[in-house]
Design a protein around this ligand. Structure first.
Ligand SMILES: NC(=O)c1ccc[n+]([C@@H]2O[C@H](COP(=O)([O-])OP(=O)(O)OC[C@H]3O[C@@H](n4cnc5c(N)ncnc54)[C@H](O)[C@@H]3O)[C@@H](O)[C@H]2O)c1
Length: 284
C-alpha cells in the first residue's frame, strides 16, 4: 500500500513505545491517525505531542481486552473519518508466568490483551474495512516469540505471539477467499527499547538474552517504525528484520551471529517436525 498520504490509520497501544513511534511516523507520512490505548494520561500526552506538531491526530481510551471498548474505538474512527485504511493491532504486555503454581491472573491478562485484543480488533474493524471497498491493511504485532517461538520463560506471551501468527494467517486466507481489497501483515519487532518489561529495563533484557546465548541487539522504537512503514509500503506479510533491513533501518545493530541463530531456530523447528525429533536441537 504505497499511497498512504491523506488516508486513515488506527493504532492500538499507541500511547508509547512502538505504537507511538509508528503513529508518529504515519502521521509524518501524511496519514490521519487515531490512537487507542488503555493508559489515559500517556494517551493524552501522545495526542498533545502529535497535535503540537500539526498532525491530524485523535485519541480514544481503549481497552483492547474488551470487545465493547474496541468497537467504540472503531465507531469513533469511522465517525470522525468515515473510513479506516490501516489498522495496526499493536497493544501488548509481557509477563513471567510459571506453569507450576496456581496463579491465573497474569495468564488471563496476557491472553486477553495480546491475543483477544488482536481478535477483537479484527472483528471490530475488518468487515467495515471490507465493506468500505477501498484498499487497506491490517497489521498485528507478533514478536520474536512468534517467529523463533522459544521464549519458554515467558510462556503466556510466547503462546499468544505464536497464536497471533495463526490468526493472521487465517485472516489472510479468508480475505483472499472473499477477494477483499484488505491485506494483512505480521510485525516482528526486534528487541526494542520500550517499557514493555515493566521494572526490568530493555537493556537488562538484552543482557539476559545475551547471557543465554541469544545474540539479540537493542534497537529504538523510531527505527522499528521505519521497518513497519517500509513493510506497509511494500506489502510485506512477514515484516521482520533480515540483513537488508538491519543495514537500512538499524545501523547494522544485529550481528551475523543473530541471523545465524534465528535461522537455526526457525529451520531447526521445521526440521524437528519433519524428522520426528524433539525440540532440544533448537530450544534455547
Ligand atoms: N519491546 C520489544 O522488545 C518487543 C519485541 C517484540 C514484540 N513487541 C510487541 O510490541 C508491541 C508494543 O510493545 P512496546 O514494546 O511498545 O511496549 P510498551 O509497553 O512501551 O507499549 C505498549 C502499549 O500498549 C498499551 N496497552 C497495554 N495494555 C493495553 C490494553 N489492555 N488496551 C490498550 N492498550 C494497552 C500500553 O499502555 C502501552 O502504551 C507489543 O505487542 C509487544 O508485545 C515488543
Amino acid at each position: 500500500m504505497d499511497q498512504i498520504e491523506g488516508k486513515v490509520a488506527v493504532i492500538t497501544g499507541a500511547a508509547r513505545g512502538i505504537g507511538f513511534a509508528i503513529a508518529a511516523r504515519l502521521a509524518r507520512a501524511g496519514m490521519k491517525v487515531v490512537l487507542g490505548d488503555i493508559h489515559a494520561s500517556a494517551l493524552d500526552g501522545a495526542l498533545k505531542n502529535l497535535q503540537g506538531q500539526g498532525f491530524d491526530a485523535h485519541a480514544v481510551q481503549t481497552d483492547v481486552a474488551d470487545f465493547g471498548s474496541v468497537n467504540r474505538l472503531a465507531d469513533a474512527a469511522y465517525g470522525r473519518h468515515g473510513a479506516v485504511h490501516v489498522l495496526h493491532l499493536n497493544a501488548g504486555v509481557a509477563a513471567m508466568n510459571s506453569l507450576f503454581d496456581d496463579e491465573v491472573a497474569s495468564w488471563r491478562r496476557v491472553i486477553d490483551i495480546n491475543l483477544m485484543g488482536v481478535i477483537w480488533g479484527i472483528k471490530a474493524f475488518a468487515k467495515r474495512m471490507i465493506d468500505g471497498g477501498e484498499n487497506g491493511v491490517i497489521l498485528a504485532t507478533s514478536s520474536g516469540a512468534g517467529a523463533e517461538g522459544t521464549s519458554y520463560n515467558t510462556t503466556a506471551c510466547s503462546a499468544t505471539k505464536m497464536a497471533i501468527v495463526s490468526v493472521v494467517e487465517c485472516l489472510h486466507g479468508q480475505l483472499r477467499d472473499r477477494k477483499a481489497k484488505i491485506r494483512v501483515g505480521l510485525v516482528f519487532p526486534p528487541l526494542t527499547d520500550t517499557q514493555l518489561s515493566g521494572g526490568t529495563t530493555a537493556k537488562q533484557v538484552e543482557g539476559l538474552l545475551n547471557s543465554r546465548g541469544v545474540p539479540a541487539a537493542l534497537v529504538q522504537p523510531e527505527q522499528v517504525a521505519e521497518l513497519i512503514l517500509d513493510g506497509l509500503r511494500r506489502d510485506r506479510f512477514f515484516i521482520r528484520t533480515g540483513p537488508a533491513e538491519n543495514a537500512s533501518y538499524f545501523n547494522s545493530a544485529m550481528s551475523s551471529e543473530f541471523f545465524a541463530w534465528s535461522e537455526r531456530v526457525i529451520r531447526g523447528r521445521a526440521e524437528a517436525q519433519m524428522n520426528d525429533s524433539g525440540p532440544d536441537a533448537y530450544l534455547w
